[in-house]
Design a protein around this ligand. Structure first.
Ligand code: FAD
Ligand code: SF4
Length: 507
């Protein structure tokens, strides 16, 4: 038996199912930097350099371990930029019995892989992606028969199934969720540890040159480049997080400060999603830190909930609902994405900070993505296809399986409430409480209407009123609509006028 093993861009894990039972002497591993795979959307330059560097480092490690690897570089003359053509060419000289691949993370790539057997005449074995904790089949069985798929219940099930932070059949500390202890506003003088930074080595420098030459019209700053690009370096990022930041992760999970993009977050999503870290490792190491008294339960539980709960849950929703989940638009939102999402030139300081940091780092933390950028897109009625594309482009951790449910379901409520119980809509007060952005803004967060008022304040009401018919049956939103109905007519008129003026000036 002789097989061809394929490793895709985001499958850089030595224990990946595609490499199980490999015979080093007979089998061949194929990795390709296909231009067509790299430009599904016009990804951030830093993300492209990260992908290429991590792939080349992974390939180098496999070669050092004496695997028989064929690697097609982006600029190599032998790159056919087409998987079936690459496979047919190798098949002609190798006569493989079958091709083995781990199921791709992306729906359209899976469709494509499913057609390879017909296109190449080679048997194709698609193995489950063993880098997630919950398989799509397990998620489907959990979801079956449930009226609503709330993350919290899925997460409790996962804790029980995998015996994570449990005391017998009870949750550690007697509670499933310590959210009430989390989410403190930032305080003055907060000491935030420096983030992990890796200087580019020769491989990274080479791919940076390639990216700057080939993708110069893509969004984002390529330099400085400091991401980890190997398994060992990604493990250093995780260790540094557990030792230096985890203790305060829960407390300041929602806090935002100007010029502090990294806060107490883990900065591991890039590595998890490309395969350099495994979710099980992150969970085990965080749980061990709690058992050893190095971090409190509210922080550890909050962190584990993100990985075992949210991350597995959004992937479950993606595979359960694709392909229908693409292009949903419950509110029929049609406004174009404003230009400042690309250049950050806006008077709204919160948006300016979050877009600038995204441009620099290909990273923004969860609350910036949800309550600043996402909240704006929801309230302003930006077309979900444009919002999805933007999020997919700009973040180094973005792949369709994770970006789509977060954007369509979580921030835009464009699935009509399948993922979230209510839209995450908020006025400026939330941002004021959780950040120092408003102190440096040309708008006044305490003013509700008029040219100097914080736009979030009137856009919030405008959004509710515009979508009244679709929101009035939601108990939590109907209370807000009643509050609006009790407002004086003059106040209601001022909200409508301020919103209209704002939209008239939005490019
Ligand atoms: P931490 O805050 O330290 O959290 C730890 C880990 O939990 C993350 O690394 C991530 O793997 C996981 N996690 C937490 N929340 C989520 C979530 N909602 N969905 C999936 N994983 C989660 N995350 C991505 O990995 N890729 C995306 O494309 C992406 N797009 C997003 C778009 C929107 C609109 C929103 C609101 C969130 C999105 N997220 C996405 C989730 C989250 O914002 C990022 O995972 C997180 O900011 C990454 O930074 P971190 O590693 O420092 O995370
Ligand atoms: Fe953002 Fe409004 Fe605060 Fe300005 S005042 S930073 S627009 S929330």
């Amino acid at each position: 038996m002789k097989s061809l093993r394929i490793i895709l861009i985001d499958q850089l894990t030595p224990s990946i199912s595609a490499l199980e039972d490999i015979n080093k002497f007979h089998d061949v591993i194929l990795m390709c930097e296909h231009h067509s795979d790299l430009i599904q959307v016009k990804h951030h330059k830093k993300k492209l350099a990260f992908w290429l560097s991590a792939m080349r480092h992974f390939a180098e490690e496999l070669t050092q371990q004496d695997y028989n690897l064929i690697y097609r570089t982006l600029d190599g003359a032998d790159n056919l930029d087409c998987w079936p053509s690459e496979i047919k060419r190798l098949q002609a000289s190798n006569h493989f019995d079958r091709l083995i691949i781990t199921s791709p993370s992306d729906y359209s790539m899976l469709q494509s892989v499913q057609s390879w057997s017909d296109q190449t005449g080679l048997r194709v074995d698609i193995r489950p992606d063993n880098r997630f904790i919950c398989s799509p089949e397990r998620f489907k069985s959990w979801a079956s028969g449930r009226k609503s798929l709330r993350m919290e219940f899925f997460y409790r099930q996962m804790r029980q199934d995998h015996h994570i932070l449990m005391q017998g059949d009870q949750p550690e500390g007697g509670q499933w969720n310590f959210d009430a202890d989390n989410r403190k506003p930032p305080k003055i003088g907060l000491q935030i540890p420096h983030p992990y930074q890796q200087s580019p080595d020769a491989i990274t420098q080479k791919v940076m040159a390639l990216v700057s030459e080939r993708f110069s019209d893509h969004f984002g700053d390529l330099e400085p480049f400091y991401f980890a690009v190997t398994q060992a370096q990604a493990q250093e990022v995780l260790t540094q997080f557990i030792e230096q930041r985890l203790k305060q992760f829960g407390d300041y999970q929602d806090a935002m400060l100007m010029h502090e993009p990294w806060m107490f977050h883990a900065h591991i999503s890039f590595y998890l999603n490309i395969g350099l870290l495994l979710p099980q490792t992150c969970i085990q190491q965080a749980e061990a830190a709690y058992q050893q008294g190095k971090a409190p339960l509210n922080a550890v539980e909050g962190f584990i909930r993100q990985i075992l709960g949210w991350r597995e849950y959004v992937r479950g929703i993606y595979w359960l609902k694709m392909p229908e989940y693409q292009h949903l638009n419950y509110f029929d939102a049609r406004r174009a994405l404003p230009d400042f999402f690309w250049h950050a030139q806006t008077d709204m300081n919160c948006l300016k900070q979050c877009v600038s940091e995204t441009k620099q780092h290909a990273y923004a933390h969860h609350i910036q993505r949800l309550m600043v950028l996402g909240n704006f897109c929801l309230l302003a009625g930006i077309n979900p296809d444009e919002v999805n594309e933007w999020y997919w482009i700009v973040y180094a951790d973005a792949y369709q399986w994770v970006e789509l449910p977060n954007v369509t379901g979580m921030i835009l409520f464009a699935d009509g409430g399948y993922l979230a119980s209510k839209p995450y809509a908020a006025g400026g007060n939330y941002i004021h409480k959780m950040s120092n952005y408003c102190q440096h803004c040309r708008y006044h967060v305490k003013e509700k209407t008029g040219p100097d008022a914080c736009p979030f304040n009137y856009l919030y009401w405008d959004f509710l009123v515009r979508n009244r018919d679709k929101l009035k049956s939601n108990p939590r939103i109907s209370m807000m609509l009643k509050t609006y109905d009790r407002m004086e007519a003059g106040k209601q008129k001022a909200i409508a006028q301020s919103s209209q003026d704002f939209f008239d000036h939005l490019s």
